[in-house]
Design a protein around this ligand. Structure first.
Ligand code: PGA
Length: 252
């Protein structure tokens, strides 16, 4: 946690969820509106096909909505892609960019991630910019260097603590049940804070830095109270409202 920074807990549903899953979003809304997330800002990122229906259900609630990716262009001949203004129009306020699954399966580079983050900012969305090392990079002791390189290249220079959220997600911890030690998480988050302060000045002390990768109700409290960990990006455990709310309840 960082003093005077509102924690942020986001759920990434990935390619999961049909219209029947809107019942989980409804349950999350009830929990968020009842104060179960405490001080935390709570956001769910369902597949784009559910955004408009979810936005309708969440109108006036404390649960926010995000997309999972956007194209760098606002419109055009890009079959199958979704632009940042489209996400905004469907009711999103946030968009995840540079998730490791996109970097790996869609060969996204830091430069493309930066262009997507810029498109998000232009559309009035807050990008959640993801970074994180692979297992081979971790075993070679390169995690800090990799994360710093990704951040330097992926973060648009115009971002401020108000307009961007960063998610540190070690690739080897995503969906595996494995997590770094709490000490290792703290070292990387402290390094990210130092880098942000170097490039963005003192206001970067308030940029929210999330941890992601196998966060569960059983390990969230220790992770979410570490220095410079300002919330979590949650995959598997965000698909069920009860688990998602139990994680956010770390901030009650
Ligand atoms: P996980 O996914 O919580 O299932 O490990 C995290 C993510 O991919 O954002």
């Amino acid at each position: 946690m960082t003093p005077d920074v509102r924690p942020f807990v986001a759920g990434n549903w990935k390619m999961n969820g049909l219209s029947g899953s809107l019942a989980e979003i409804e349950a999350m809304r009830l929990g968020a509106d009842a104060g179960e997330a405490g001080a935390a800002e709570l956001v769910v990122c369902p597949p784009a096909t559910l955004l408009a229906q979810a936005a309708f259900k969440l109108s006036g609630s404390k649960l926010g909505l995000g997309g999972q990716d956007c194209h760098p262009e606002a419109s055009g001949a890009f079959t199958g892609d979704i632009s940042a203004p489209m996400l905004k129009d469907a009711g999103a306020s946030y968009v995840i960019v540079g998730h490791s699954e996109r970097r790996t399966h869609h060969h996204e580079t830091d430069e493309l991630v930066r262009a997507k983050a810029q498109a998000a900012l232009k559309a009035g969305l807050t990008p959640i910019v993801c970074v994180g090392e692979t297992l081979a990079e971790r075993e070679a002791g390169q995690q800090a260097a990799v994360v710093i390189r990704q951040l330097r290249r992926s973060l648009p220079p115009e971002t401020t603590s108000e307009t961007v959220v960063i998610a540190y997600e070690p690739v080897w911890a995503i969906g595996t049940g494995l997590t770094p030690t709490f000490g290792d998480i703290a070292v990387v988050h402290n390094g990210i804070r130092a880098l942000l302060t170097e490039i963005g000045g003192p206001s970067s002390a308030k940029t929210r830095i999330l941890y992601g990768g196998s966060v569960k109700p059983t390990n969230c409290r220790e992770i979410l109270t570490l220095n410079n960990v300002d919330g979590a990006l949650i995959g598997g455990a965000s698909l069920k409202a009860a688990d998602f709310l139990a994680i956010a309840a770390a901030y009650r």
